[in-house]
Design a protein around this ligand. Structure first.
Ligand SMILES: [Zn+2]
Length: 313
C-alpha cells in the first residue's frame, strides 16, 4: 500500500533544476535483493531524454548499491526516487559496467546526494573516460536528446576492480568477471553471489541490438560463453528484459552466427555489401529487435575488419 501511494505521488522524476521531465519507470523486483528499472529499448532521443538502459539497485542490510544509473542527471534522480519507494537506506556504492555514457552519466547526481559514494569500474573504463570519452559521451547525449541532458555533470569512478576481483559490501558478496575486449574494451560483468545473479552490462542485450564499434565479436562471444558456463539463476542485461541463461544464449547466438557467416564469405573473397543479403536470412530471428536495421550493416562491416585482422594474429 505504501509503495502504491508513493508511486501515485511521484509519477514524474524531478531533475536537479526542479522540473519534472522524465517519467518515472517502475522498479521491478527480480530477485531477493535486486530491483531493475528496465528502460526503453530505443536509442537516445528528445522524448526518452536519453534514458535507454537498465539501471538497477541492490538493497543490502544497511545500504544500497546501484548498478549503471543511466545517461543523465534525470536518470540518476529517477534511480534515487525509485530507491526511496523501497527503502530509506543510503546509497554506498555504484558499479559502472563500461564506458558508454548511457550507463554511467547518472553517477554525479547520486554523488551529490551521497558525497562519500564509492564508484566502481574497470581500470580501462576510467582510463578511457579520462582520455576524453567522458566529455564525448556527455556531448553526444546532449546532441541526440536535443539538450534534454544538458545539466548532466561527470563523476568518475574512484575504485577500480577487474577480472577475478571480489568485493563484499554490507552483507552482499560480488565477483567481477571480465573477458578481453568484449563489448567496449572496458566491460565488467558483476555477479551477486547472494542472488545467483549477474549484471552483464552490454556484453548481453536482450531484444535489442547494441553498437559494437569499439568491441570484438570473438571476445564478446567468449564473454557470453563465460556467463553461460556460470549457470546462474538470473541475468540482468544492459538493455531489454531480465531473464534466465536463455537471454545470454540469444546474444551469443546472434554474435556467433553473424561472425561465422562473415568469416565464411570473407574467406570466399566477398566484400561486406556483397555478403549482407546472404547473411540476413540467417539472422531472421533478430530482425524485429530494435536497432537491427540500423546496426546490422555496421556489425557486418566491423566483423569483416575483425576477420581481416585475425589473419595476422
Ligand atoms: Zn554499451
Amino acid at each position: 500500500m505504501k509503495s502504491l501511494l508513493l508511486l501515485c505521488l511521484s509519477i514524474f522524476s524531478f531533475s536537479a533544476t526542479g522540473q519534472n521531465l522524465l517519467p518515472l519507470y517502475n522498479p521491478q523486483k527480480v530477485s531477493e535483493h535486486v530491483y531493475v528499472i528496465h528502460g526503453p529499448t530505443e536509442t537516445p532521443n528528445e522524448k526518452n531524454r536519453g534514458f535507454m538502459n537498465n539501471p538497477a539497485f541492490i538493497i543490502g542490510e544497511h545500504s544500497v548499491v546501484v548498478v549503471d544509473p543511466g545517461s543523465s542527471d534525470e536518470t540518476g534522480q529517477m534511480v534515487l526516487d525509485a530507491i526511496k519507494q523501497v527503502t530509506d537506506k543510503p546509497v554506498s556504492h555504484i558499479f559502472n559496467t563500461h564506458i558508454h555514457g548511457d550507463h554511467w552519466l547518472g553517477n554525479e547526481i547520486i554523488k551529490r546526494a551521497y558525497p562519500n559514494v564509492v564508484i566502481i569500474a574497470d581500470p580501462r573504463m576510467l582510463k578511457k573516460a579520462q582520455a576524453g570519452e567522458a566529455q564525448s559521451w556527455q556531448a553526444l547525449l546532449k546532441k541526440l536528446t536535443k539538450g534534454a541532458t544538458k545539466n548532466t555533470k561527470i563523476a568518475l569512478p574512484n575504485k577500480l576492480l577487474s577480472d577475478g576481483d571480489s568485493i563484499q559490501i554490507d552483507n552482499l558478496k560480488f565477483n567481477i568477471v571480465s573477458v578481453g575486449v568484449a563489448h567496449s574494451d572496458s566491460d565488467i560483468m558483476i555477479v551477486l553471489l547472494n542472488d545467483s545473479l549477474m549484471f552483464t552490462g552490454d556484453n548481453v542485450a536482450y531484444k535489442r541490438i547494441v553498437r559494437l564499434d569499439d568491441g570484438s565479436f570473438r571476445d564478446n562471444i567468449k564473454a557470453c560463453d563465460k556467463a553461460i558456463s556460470m549457470n546462474l539463476k538470473n541475468y540482468v542485461p544492459g538493455h531489454g528484459p531480465t531473464g534466465d541463461v536463455s537471454i545470454v544464449k540469444a546474444q551469443r547466438d546472434y554474435l556467433n552466427i553473424l561472425y561465422t557467416e562473415v568469416k565464411k564469405y570473407y574467406d570466399e573473397g566477398l566484400s561486406d555489401f556483397e555478403m549482407k543479403p546472404k547473411i540476413l536470412p540467417s539472422l531472421s530471428a533478430y530482425k524485429d529487435w530494435p536497432g537491427f536495421d540500423h546496426e546490422v550493416g555496421k556489425h557486418i562491416s566491423l566483423a569483416v575488419l575483425e576477420a581481416e585482422k585475425a589473419e595476422f594474429e
